[in-house]
Design a protein around this ligand. Structure first.
Ligand SMILES: C/C(=C\COP(=O)(O)OP(=O)(O)O)CCC[C@H](C)CCC[C@H](C)CCCC(C)C
Ligand SMILES: O=C(O)C1=CC(=O)c2ccccc2C1=O
Length: 324
């Protein structure tokens, strides 16, 4: 018969485990996966086009599955290098204590995600699958052997490319009305629309490395925060945020996007809080563990605001120029 102390410690263990699983699932992170499709939908509505809702729903689900693959395989690859062993108690590999089920689940998520993208491509343009495969390839370069480019500080540009021009172009093609020309990849629109929001997504990755800088350095993972040091990395954050807004406000100033696109400014309070937090506590891991989630709040509010601002424009009497 367990005594009172045993029961208390069992409860403590169970609630710690629950907290670890919650951290492992990190559902807010999936905001970065759904953003390219939401932006493409906002842009198409703003341009007076009809969005194919079945394609939108399919793209959202497939993108979530592909990011799930990326995260599960990240835990598997990081278990090989040992970099997660001290600080990432919420690694799915550590929580399950074995790799095989994680590997199987990761492969299942990848296959289902790609199959769904194939269906969307067959119903729109073959380029959708090509662009998504490039995004996934960039995700593999980030963490998979023999590349592991995230370990040499190249994760951020890979992240921007994957969630920016490639995923945005794929979403624009997949959601476009049936009569559109699917043989031309809309690079110009994908760059204008995707650059700012993808930089916001990249900021999430950049911020995720502050609290683990010591362990990353010890295991040879030279993230930008390791390379720059936490003080200089924190000083970069206001510049990155300014660049996000510049990329989103320039099309408005040029008259290509409606004034309502400035709704991306909804992310400003979270951005300002992030700057303050990192300026004061960049070298105190315990205090800045949540900085990645503050960056995520910025990314989500900024992207949703922009998407909504573009979509609402025709209903509020603002027009989008053909260059938009
Ligand atoms: C797995 C990622 C970051 C985790 O990095 P890290 O190892 O430092 O984290 P821990 O320390 O917590 O282990 C994100 C990497 C993003 C990658 C460069 C690009 C991914 C692309 C997606 C797979 C593509 C999604 C396509 C969709 C949006 C159409
Ligand atoms: O676990 C993380 O830290 C991240 C996971 C992830 O999928 C992602 C995607 C895009 C940008 C950043 C991140 C993470 O930081």
């Amino acid at each position: 018969m367990p005594d009172q102390q045993d029961v208390a410690s069992l409860y403590a263990k169970a609630s710690t485990r629950r907290a670890l699983w919650k951290a492992a699932i990190k559902w807010p992170m999936y905001s970065v996966a759904v953003m390219p499709a939401l932006l493409a939908a906002g842009w198409l509505v703003g341009a007076g086009e009809a969005v194919r809702l079945d394609q939108l729903l399919g793209f959202l689900v497939a993108a979530v599955l592909l990011l799930l693959w990326e995260n599960l395989s990240n835990d598997l690859f990081d278990a090989d290098t040992g970099v997660d062993s001290f600080t990432k108690l919420h690694s799915v590999v550590a929580l399950l204590g074995q790799r095989r089920p994680v590997r199987r689940f990761a492969h299942l998520a990848l296959v289902l995600g790609l199959l769904l993208m194939l269906v969307l491509a067959l119903r729109s343009s073959a380029a959708v699958l090509f662009l998504v495969l490039v995004s996934c390839g960039l995700g593999y370069l980030y963490q998979g052997p023999p590349f592991r480019w995230g370990y040499i500080g190249l994760g951020e540009p890979l992240c921007w490319l994957a969630f920016g021009p490639f995923a945005t172009a794929a979403a624009l093609l997949a959601l476009a009305p049936l009569n559109s020309d699917g043989s031309v990849i809309p690079w110009a629109t994908a760059f204008t629309l995707g650059s700012g929001p993808a930089l916001a997504t990249t900021l999430v990755l950049f911020c995720s490395h502050f609290h683990q800088v010591a362990e990353d350095a010890a295991f040879g993972k030279r993230s930008p925060v390791v390379r720059l040091g936490t003080a200089r990395a924190a000083a970069l954050v206001p510049w990155i945020l300014s660049l996000v807004f510049a990329l989103e406000w320039i099309p408005v100033l040029q008259g290509d996007w409606p004034l309502t696109a400035l709704l991306g400014g909804l992310g400003l309070p979270a951005g300002a809080a992030l700057i303050r937090l990192l300026r004061h506590h960049h070298d105190q891991p315990e205090k800045i563990r949540g900085s990645k989630f503050l960056a995520l709040r910025f990314q989500a509010l900024n992207g949703l605001g922009l998407s909504l601002g573009l979509a609402l424009a025709p209903y509020l009497g603002f027009a989008m120029s053909s260059a938009g």
